[in-house]
Design a protein around this ligand. Sequence first.
Ligand code: SF4
Ligand code: SF4
Length: 171
Amino acid sequence: MKSGIVYTGEPSAEELSRCPGRPSPGRLERGPVAVIECVQEIPCNPCEYSCPRGAIRVGVPITGLPRLDEEKCTGCGACIPACPGLAIFQVDYNHGDGQALVSFPYEYLPLPREGDEVQATDRGGRVVTGGKVIKVRKPDRNDGTAVVSLAVPREFADQVRSMARLGRCNS
Ligand code: SF4
Ligand code: SF4
């Protein structure tokens, strides 16, 4: 079976490994940072203009993959809701007590509430672990795309990219 974003809608491990928007393991260890998992060369660049630090560069041609300058990125998360492809996340490996905080765009209603216990899902919507909603932001910009921050066990921080309500069947 073929893998990759074109065939499954989900980036493959190989696509992610050469994606210029993903920070290095060392930068991930140092604190919150954007994780840009944009692997398709499409004409798109709102991420570039969303970053107040100039940490994202698409450049010319506009079909280039966004490149993250991990040293400029403060992990503010402003770029997350700006991406129409829902391809930008923020990860903080040091949330505490063996937990990481993963923030992602969320466009389903009703929105979760802070404190909710939910199922943390991977890039393909499969449940990987449990999580607790720590923060829900709903900026007026970007058509009101919400950003949910979920605390999950640290070992799942590179897998978790969204959430589902408890009780959902993923089989
Ligand atoms: S998290 Fe903030 S600083 Fe980092 S790339 Fe996104 S907008 Fe820029
Ligand atoms: S806005 Fe999203 S889809 Fe568009 S280039 Fe940036 S990361 Fe890729």
